[in-house]
Design a protein around this ligand. Structure first.
Ligand SMILES: *[C@@H]1O[C@H](CO)[C@@H](O)[C@H](O)[C@H]1NC(C)=O
Ligand SMILES: *[C@@H]1O[C@H](CO)[C@@H](O)[C@H](O)[C@H]1NC(C)=O
Ligand SMILES: *[C@@H]1O[C@H](CO)[C@@H](O)[C@H](O)[C@H]1NC(C)=O
Ligand SMILES: *[C@@H]1O[C@H](CO)[C@@H](O)[C@H](O)[C@H]1NC(C)=O
Ligand SMILES: *[C@@H]1O[C@H](CO)[C@@H](O)[C@H](O)[C@H]1NC(C)=O
Length: 393
């Protein structure tokens, strides 16, 4: 008896230490624990198990009708979409999955996940890290694969947060409801303010987690809060998403990342940049083709303060992009710059995946003062040259 209770004590102490160690491990960039739903439940995946038991998904807490689905699984004659690997999870009406994630209080994180809808009805997904939450509309299909990766950002108010996905829907058909897969997290860094450029993260290099082997980019849905944006510095103002693309799968003008604008006026990115009133500025950017068979013509509407200009992408055999600029005079100490696609473009191969012009390397700089500097420099060099000529001869 006494021996038994001492063993129990040791076991519980051991479990306490293990639990403590586990909970003190900071989330690393990449998949969260069993974020791809490929870890087998103790009784095997539902498709392989004989007995019907309550659904169990390692590392996740479930509430409501949550189902592990397997690739190739059919429902009502339709094959269910599993974005990556062999398994994904489906949330029924009002169902949710959650897990605790250890983060750094005060830091901003971005969560990347893949989502698909199962029925034609309007489906949406509520992603939250209470008290922050966002409902993402899955009605628009951005590509013919039937699923898309999305990103959403939150600021950690605590060291331990609860990452929660919920289907807020109440469909008549309880087997409807979004499928999710590949849930990853990334700590975002506030990019430095460059000296000669008023635009923060103008090269779009800082952004959400992207899986190296996922070729669909990451959709950035509406986000009116520039402080908590998956794309630091930028706001997605529109009700439709823009696509964050990488150089592994797309043509990117500069660095490894850029933005592809989709859905015409319904996909707008913007930033408020610091300016000085009454000074002349130049907004310059790279305008390109993503190399994704997007049907031309491609063009952007670029805004800088009170200037709005349509810039057409002109094809060049040697490059997938060219530079563009808009000159403006600042009216205040903050100026809004923004971009949207002039056309609604789709890919030429499937005629339905959304695509559009690529914007990268956005800069805003004094054009007035740099002209003066160059003028003086030119004058200085000229005088110097003639002095040199005089001395030599
Ligand atoms: C489970 O979901 C229901 C309905 O949304 C909610 O009322 C309940 O509080 C949830 N339970 C837990 C443990 O979160
Ligand atoms: C989304 O979920 C969070 C956390 O459960 C909740 O506070 C919020 O009200 C939900 N939002 C919507 C639109 O249902
Ligand atoms: C993508 O890469 C991850 C690891 O980074 C791997 O687990 C997964 O199986 C890969 N998926 C495909 C479709 O290759
Ligand atoms: C492309 O590059 C080739 C070789 O460098 C050059 O001859 C040609 O003029 C370039 N074409 C364009 C449109 O710039
Ligand atoms: C903007 O001004 C620069 C000179 O500062 C000039 O080279 C350029 O053509 C102007 N751009 C437009 C679109 O007017």
């Amino acid at each position: 008896m006494a021996k038994n209770s001492s063993i129990t004590r040791w076991v519980s102490l051991f479990m306490f230490v293990v639990a403590h160690l586990a909970s003190s491990i900071l989330a690393e960039d990449g998949l969260v624990a069993n974020g791809d739903f490929e870890t087998s439940p103790s009784h095997g995946f539902p498709s392989e198990s004989i007995a019907d038991g309550p659904t169990e998904i390692p590392s996740w807490k479930l509430n409501g009708t949550v189902e592990l689905v397997s690739s190739g699984q059919k429902q009502g004659g339709m094959i269910l979409i599993v974005p990556q690997g062999s398994h994904a999870v489906r949330l029924g009406n009002d169902a949710e999955i959650s897990q605790e994630v250890r983060v750094e209080k005060g830091s901003t994180y971005s969560v990347t996940f893949s989502a698909a809808r199962t029925c034609a009805q309007l489906e949406s997904l509520n992603v939250s890290v209470p008290p922050a939450s966002q409902t993402i509309d899955l009605q628009t299909l951005y590509n013919v694969q039937g699923w898309d990766p999305y990103a959403w950002a939150f600021e950690a108010e605590d060291d331990n947060v609860k990452l929660l996905f919920k289907n807020p829907g109440m469909e008549d058909d309880p087997t409807c409801g979004p499928i999710i897969d590949d849930i990853a997290i990334k700590k975002l860094f506030a990019p430095d303010k460059p000296k000669d450029n008023a635009v923060v993260n103008g090269d779009f290099e800082e952004g959400p987690w992207m899986f190296r082997n996922v070729s669909l980019g990451v959709l950035l849905p509406t986000n009116l809060d520039e402080e908590t944006s998956s794309l630091p510095g930028w706001i997605v103002e529109s009700n439709r998403a823009v696509r964050y693309i990488d150089s592994y799968h797309y043509s990117v003008p500069q660095g490894k990342r850029a933005i592809e604008l989709l859905s015409g006026k319904e996909g707008i990115i913007s930033q408020m940049v610091e300016t000085t009133a009454n000074k002349d500025y130049s907004l310059t950017f790279s305008l390109g083709h993503a190399g994704d068979k997007c049907k031309q013509p491609l063009a952007v509407m670029a805004f800088a303060g009170d200037q709005a200009q349509i810039v057409h992408y002109t094809e060049d055999a040697n490059s997938t992009f060219h530079d563009a600029n808009v000159n403006f005079t600042a009216k205040a100490d903050r100026t809004r710059i923004a971009f949207y696609s002039v056309y609604y473009n789709t890919r030429t191969d499937d005629m339905s995946s959304l695509c559009g012009p690529v914007v990268d390397d956005v800069r805003v700089w004094f054009s007035g003062s740099s002209k003066i500097v160059f003028g003086r420099l030119g004058l200085g060099l000229g005088v110097g040259f003639w002095l040199l000529v005089l001395v030599l001869f």
